[in-house]
Write a protein that binds this ligand. Structure first.
Ligand SMILES: [Zn+2]
Length: 233
């Protein structure tokens, strides 16, 4: 029988998936959220074959560090090494998100720097958003997963060129909201590029100040709660 703590984590992962679905980050049944198992057995991760908006507690599996399904029923995603290797590399990370976020994929392909022209980008910039460029193909091995982790470094996000995004955080709220903010920031940048290109944006100093004012954990949580309420409508 699963401990109540596991149920709570599974519910958080499931809600995070549905929020990303609401935010149009789904790509048919691909894209996933995971959280570190507090007992060190691996990660609780969205099951394969379902869309983000379809996920409930029952579609969140305990996956071992080597990709074995230890709890729950269903198939695990082939790209689980993105999650396991980033968490292996980062003790401070408890949640990893990978989606094929469409605005982010389009924006990354422009090779333009993400400009802090609205609040969202200040969660990442400065410095420039990290990029994983080894392959645009699926991340199916621990070696490639470790390469992704290397590209993320000590940051909270990276573009995966010709593929998607990876974001992370100390908890599910910050990991998922990083994906939400990165996609919204890319959408805003593309709109500006389509309108002739941004002519001004926050200085590094202003962006760092805004990161502190706009995106402390309490406000990320308010945005998460708001998105969760929209799912109830
Ligand atoms: Zn992928």
């Amino acid at each position: 029988m699963l401990a109540p703590m596991s149920d709570e984590l599974r519910d958080q992962v499931a809600l995070g998936c549905r929020i990303l679905g609401l935010e149009d980050q789904g790509d048919f049944v691909w894209g996933h959220v995971s959280v570190r198992d507090p007992d060190g057995r691996g990660i609780w991760m969205k099951a394969s074959t379902y869309g983000l908006e379809e996920i409930g507690r029952e579609q969140v599996l305990l996956v071992s560090w080597d990709g074995e399904v230890l709890e729950g029923y269903g198939r695990r995603h082939i790209e689980y090494p993105i999650h396991t290797e980033l968490m292996r590399a980062r003790d401070d990370v408890s949640c990893v998100v990978h989606t094929h976020a469409p605005w982010s994929v389009a924006f990354a392909s422009t090779h333009q720097p993400l400009r802090p022209i609205s609040h969202e980008a200040t969660y990442f910039v400065p410095p420039e958003v990290a990029r994983f460029t080894t392959t645009g193909d699926l991340i199916t091995t621990s070696e490639l997963g470790a390469d992704v982790a290397g590209a993320v470094g000590d940051r909270n996000a990276a573009f995966m060129l010709h593929h998607g995004i990876v974001t992370c955080g100390a908890d599910v709220v910050s990991g998922v909201m990083a994906a939400v903010l990165l996609e919204r920031a890319c959408r805003t940048n593309i709109r500006a590029l389509a309108g002739g290109g941004p002519k001004s944006w926050s200085s590094d100093e202003e962006a760092l100040s805004k990161r502190e004012h706009c995106w402390p954990p309490a406000l990320l949580r308010q945005a998460w709660d708001y998105l969760a309420r929209r799912l109830e409508d």
